[in-house]
Write a protein that binds this ligand. Structure first.
Ligand SMILES: Nc1ncnc2c1ncn2[C@@H]1O[C@H](COP(=O)(O)OP(=O)(O)OP(=O)(O)O)[C@@H](O)[C@H]1O
Ligand SMILES: [Mg+2]
Length: 501
């Protein structure tokens, strides 16, 4: 580890790099054991636990163990992450396909994946996934043209869910066949499934139900209060298959000592480790605690740690207190955005241009609280940091920053490729900025599109925003239309056939 650079701000709160990963031997064994069975029957596993317990880090390490480790099984790994913006239909599944395409075209698994059948199956599945979401993607939008956003949603759905499912399942079967033929297993890893929309959860459940030989599927799902309906449904599906549920506990004292040593160069005594095992025990809080000790130049004694933890406060608050002021300002200004954050939008939010933008990206690279995503966008290094910043925003700051975010999206729209993300972000920012005139139409229109796409959860969120907006505007006709739409959505949600978990 590069001492000076590293300690300028501390150790990143992003999921742990595999070479710094500590402990969790049992859980790793449990997951790796699935590999030996996956040649006969496809295997699935769910990694769960409360926020900050180390699920994403374990998934990272699993990817390394399976794909990269010397003397490891050298299994091709496809990875994707779900982000917290309801309605991003199948975007994580498209990420998986992109990974597979990458492996098949230029990666070191090219020989294993050399098959016209597979390439065709990838193209077909990707085409269907894209078409499924297409009606909510406006083409040829001009910036600053809210009305035109509405005008482009004329097409009706052409691709039904069943075709998407079949295409994805056929693709996995083809991949599994190739793997079994060459004595390998392909691993599909999905992070943060609790954030997935209804359709993505449905596709994942269908896939788990019928996983072909040659495939190992592992995914993470937050457990605990307020994580929505995803967790219970996923746990049930995994258990029905007899697949393992890997529930992560807090770190044990020897793992805490290993973490202190390996990631922070801190020698933690047995007594201190025992204290930390009791409270707080989760790796995120440990990271905040160790970073703060380093920042304040304190020894890792039980007394000093007891002092840090005495407030019993939010560990993300502890993390921010140890950061330079400008970093806290950036975090506050960016926290209203929905990840992944496009670079032009971030630069606009921070009022940076030209060479400043290069500097911004360098600074983000060094930072402990942001991380660069594989597609070049950014996110907070850990969701708890973003959640903390959002909670701390005053009502006025929330309005101002959301108005700025809406404006930045409109200005940058022509440079952004993820149209669905742009539209959903705009719908959210207009609403949170209390720009009800723009929010009403856009949320109502998007709501009906999601209704036709059978994503009733997202349809309801959007339609309820339209109702609130219409109430603020005092527009009775709009309010009646929005309430009518809400009733339609609710009917579908109450219908046991339509109501997929
Ligand atoms: N086994 C580990 N060894 C070293 N550091 C770890 C380990 N597990 C987690 N960490 C660190 O702890 C923090 C939280 O871990 P991680 O992001 O994996 O949690 P999570 O369970 O995925 O959280 P969330 O529920 O918010 O997604 C990260 O900063 C990570 O680097
Ligand atoms: Mg995580």
């Amino acid at each position: 580890m590069d001492g000076v650079q590293q300690w300028a701000e501390g150790v990143s709160y992003a999921p742990c790099p595999p070479d710094e990963f500590c402990g969790r031997h049992e859980e790793r064994e449990q997951l790796l054991a699935l590999l030996s069975r996956a040649g006969e029957h496809g295997q699935a596993a769910m990694i769960s636990g409360p926020p900050g317990i180390g699920k994403s880090s374990l998934l990272n390490r699993l990817a390394y163990d399976l794909q990269d480790r010397t003397n490891g099984p050298r299994s091709p790994v496809l990875r994707a992450e779900v982000f917290d913006l309801p309605g991003m239909i199948f975007s994580a599944f498209r990420e998986l396909l992109k990974d597979l395409q990458g492996h098949a075209v230029s990666g070191r698994f090219r020989d294993l994946l050399e098959s016209e059948g597979l390439k065709e199956a990838v193209r077909y599945a990707d085409d269907l996934l894209e078409k499924y979401a297409a009606p909510v993607e406006p083409v040829g939008l001009l910036p600053k043209a809210g009305e035109e956003i509405i005008g482009v949603f004329a097409r009706s759905p052409e691709v039904g869910y069943d075709r998407v499912r079949e295409a994805f399942e056929e693709l996995l079967q083809e991949l599994g066949r190739l793997m079994v033929g060459s004595g390998h297993i392909a691993a599909v890893l999905l992070d943060d499934v609790h954030l997935a929309s209804r359709l993505d959860r449905r596709l994942l459940l269908d896939i788990i139900h019928d996983l072909p030989p040659g495939i190992l599927l592992a995914f993470t799902c937050r457990a605990g209060d307020g994580v929505g309906p995803g967790y219970a449904a996923m746990r049930e599906a995994v258990q029905n298959r007899g697949a393992p549920l890997v529930q992560l506990p807090g770190m044990r004292s020897h793992e805490i000592q290993e973490m202190g040593q390996r990631r922070f160069d801190l020698a933690i005594s047995d007594a201190t480790a025992a204290l930390l095992e009791e409270t707080p025990g989760d790796p995120f809080s440990l990271m905040a605690c160790f970073n703060t000790l380093r920042h304040r130049g304190l020894a890792p004694s039980a007394g000093n740690i007891g002092g840090l933890l005495a407030g019993g406060g939010d560990p993300a608050g502890l993390a921010f207190a140890a950061l330079p002021e400008f970093r806290r300002v950036w975090a506050e200004e960016l926290c209203v955005l929905n990840p992944p954050f496009p670079v032009p939008v971030m630069a606009c939010m921070l009022d940076l241009q030209g060479t400043d933008m290069t500097l911004m990206m360098d600074r983000l690279q060094e930072s402990t609280i942001f991380r660069r995503l594989p597609g070049g966008e950014y996110a907070f290094a850990h969701p708890l940091l973003q959640e903390h910043c959002r909670r701390k925003l005053s009502a006025d700051a929330k309005i101002t920053l959301n108005a700025r975010a809406a404006d930045c999206f409109e200005r940058s729209m022509h440079r952004l490729s993820g149209r669905l993300h742009v539209l959903l972000s705009l719908a959210c920012h207009f609403f949170n900025a209390q720009d009800y005139a723009k929010a009403a139409d856009l949320n109502l229109e998007l709501g009906i599109r999601f209704y036709h796409r059978e994503d009733y959860d997202t349809a309801l969120v959007l339609t309820e925003r339209a109702i609130t907006s219409a109430e603020h505007l005092g527009d009775d006709a709009l309010l009646a239309a929005a309430e009518n739409q809400r009733d339609l959505v609710r009917q579908k949600m109450a219908d046991p056939v339509g109501a997929v978990q």
